[in-house]
Ligand binder design. Structure first.
Ligand SMILES: *[C@@H]1O[C@H](CO)[C@@H](O)[C@H](O)[C@H]1NC(C)=O
Ligand SMILES: *[C@@H]1O[C@H](CO)[C@@H](O)[C@H](O)[C@H]1NC(C)=O
Ligand SMILES: *[C@@H]1O[C@H](CO)[C@@H](O)[C@H](O)[C@H]1NC(C)=O
Ligand SMILES: *[C@@H]1O[C@H](CO)[C@@H](O)[C@H](O)[C@H]1NC(C)=O
Ligand SMILES: *[C@@H]1O[C@H](CO)[C@@H](O)[C@H](O)[C@H]1NC(C)=O
Ligand SMILES: *[C@@H]1O[C@H](CO)[C@@H](O)[C@H](O)[C@H]1NC(C)=O
Length: 420
């Protein structure tokens, strides 16, 4: 198939996002490719160039002996460069039954998914090993501390994953999960450790900031406003940020900058860059590098069109049972956004750790919730389930699943910092 044919095919398939509009009402964006060609040019235009980038941020992750605090340096290891290997001994870290805090949106097994292979893949970096995950060690690191995830429903999935990874090490009655507007708060009493999720789908302020009533098609982002959110981030020990899918609705987006009555349509890339700059300014003026640590999650990829990994096919991520092995970079995975993040982080005065999970997640076409999920608070009906073309969610991830690996890598970073 030629590029032009696949473009036409993808364009034709843009009926799919009509159904996805409902998905976004649950807290994510529909990725509409109304004008696919122009998005491709303006947003994804330079992808090949960026694929060739060699990675500006190298990670030194140590492997730790589980029983003591000694560790071995694995010099100069990029943990994001690697492959998925079958490992049904160490994975998953937990299961649906063992974690009472999982929400219906992500419990794919309970929702009827027939295969469970997606739970058994372990991320294996090429140059080193990730330290074995230990919930107790992580709880010790988090003693008297707050860890907060800030972002959209993808980020909420990472929060849910983290809660499940930790909670088994805490006896009943010594842990709690509370919801207060804009936040979910998990508390481990014996450690006085708090894990939080804070809803801010654009990081900066927007008309989608209501924690539950954000069924906003006409989104409006206030590029220079962040204070309503950031006052909730003040003094948090570990902050983990993420923002992507909500921007990717159309190639242009309504924004304000300054006067709130003055609404403009901006290119998404321009708007995204300005929003991140507002965030960066807040970080530089408010973060104390001695006591606080900041992470930024790179974008979480989607798998809307199977023709991208299986030329000639006509579906989406539904019924995919295996990761992609070998080189792959999805069309919906914007290298231009990746570049903006990279540039913004490089210019910061403080250190922010870039969690480059995009490529490893892009391989996981098999791990989305598809039809085994809910929409507007209800599990899909039989009729909806029989129509995966329109109803499969290829944005969110099943749990246990891919977000556990993001947290495993986050853990590796926290562990390294703790022992240094
Ligand atoms: C992130 O990973 C991708 C793919 O592995 C790579 O091309 C890119 O250069 C990395 N970005 C950064 C900022 O390290
Ligand atoms: C683990 O996977 C191997 C290879 O597929 C399989 O033979 C074995 O039965 C599996 N073990 C468990 C406990 O599922
Ligand atoms: C409990 O943790 C919070 C931070 O989450 C901290 O401010 C407080 O001092 C801690 N309490 C004790 C008794 O250490
Ligand atoms: C949700 O927000 C919309 C627009 O702001 C408003 O019209 C509607 O009444 C709200 N619904 C609820 C249940 O609060
Ligand atoms: C921006 O807002 C105007 C007025 O509500 C609307 O007509 C237009 O479609 C919006 N543009 C986008 C990109 O959403
Ligand atoms: C938006 O993108 C178009 C096409 O790439 C460009 O001509 C225009 O200057 C951009 N506008 C803004 C505000 O960045």
């Amino acid at each position: 198939m030629t590029t032009q044919q696949s473009l036409n095919r993808a364009k034709y398939k843009s009926i799919l996002p009509i159904a996805l509009a409902c998905v976004l009402m649950l807290g994510t964006a529909r990725l509409v490719f109304d004008n696919l060609k122009s998005i491709r040019e303006t947003i994804f235009g330079h992808w090949q160039f960026w694929l060739r980038g060699t990675g500006f941020h190298r990670y030194i992750i140590n492997s730790f002996d589980d029983d003591d605090n000694s560790y071995e340096d694995i010099e100069d290891c990029n943990v994001f460069d690697g492959k998925w290997v079958w490992d049904n001994e160490s994975h998953p870290f937990y299961n649906e039954e063992s974690c009472p805090f999982l929400v219906k949106q992500v419990t794919c097994q309970r929702n009827g998914r027939p295969d469970n292979f997606y739970q058994f893949w372990r991320w294996q970096p090429n140059e080193c090993n990730l330290p074995r995950f230990s919930a107790v060690k992580l709880l010790r690191i988090l003693r008297n501390k707050r860890l907060m995830f800030v972002g959209d429903s993808i980020q909420r999935g990472q929060f849910d994953s983290m809660v499940c990874m930790l909670q088994s090490a805490i006896p009943d009655g010594k842990k709690s999960l509370d919801k207060v507007p804009s936040k979910k708060i998990f508390y481990a009493q014996e450690y006085n450790a708090t894990i939080e999720f804070y809803w801010a789908p654009f990081i900066v302020e927007s008309n989608s900031d209501h924690s539950t009533n954000h069924t906003v098609i006409k989104r409006l982002v206030k590029l220079d406003r962040i204070a309503h959110h950031s006052e909730n981030w003040q003094g948090v020990d570990y902050l983990v940020f993420e923002t992507y899918v909500w921007w990717m609705y159309k190639p242009i987006i309504n924004v304000t900058y300054g006067n709130l009555k003055d609404v403009h349509e901006y290119n998404v890339t321009t708007a995204y860059k300005m929003a991140l700059q507002t965030w960066a300014n807040w970080l530089d003026s408010s973060i104390n590098s001695q006591t606080q640590k900041v992470f930024f999650m790179s974008l979480s990829p989607t798998h809307l069109w199977s023709s991208e990994w299986n030329p000639g096919s006509d579906g989406n991520c539904f019924n995919e049972k295996e990761p992609i092995h070998g080189p792959y970079w999805g069309m919906g995975t914007s290298l231009e956004i990746m570049k903006i993040v990279q540039e913004t982080l490089q210019e910061l005065k403080i250190d922010v750790t870039f969690m480059n999970i995009t490529q490893l997640s892009d391989f996981r076409k098999d791990a989305h919730t598809t039809i085994y999920t809910e929409r507007k608070g209800k599990l899909l009906t039989k009729e909806q389930k029989s129509d995966p073309t329109n109803f499969a969610d290829c944005i969110h991830w099943c749990l246990p699943g891919v977000p556990d690996t993001w947290n495993h890598i986050l853990y590796a970073n926290l562990l390294q910092e703790f022992y240094n």
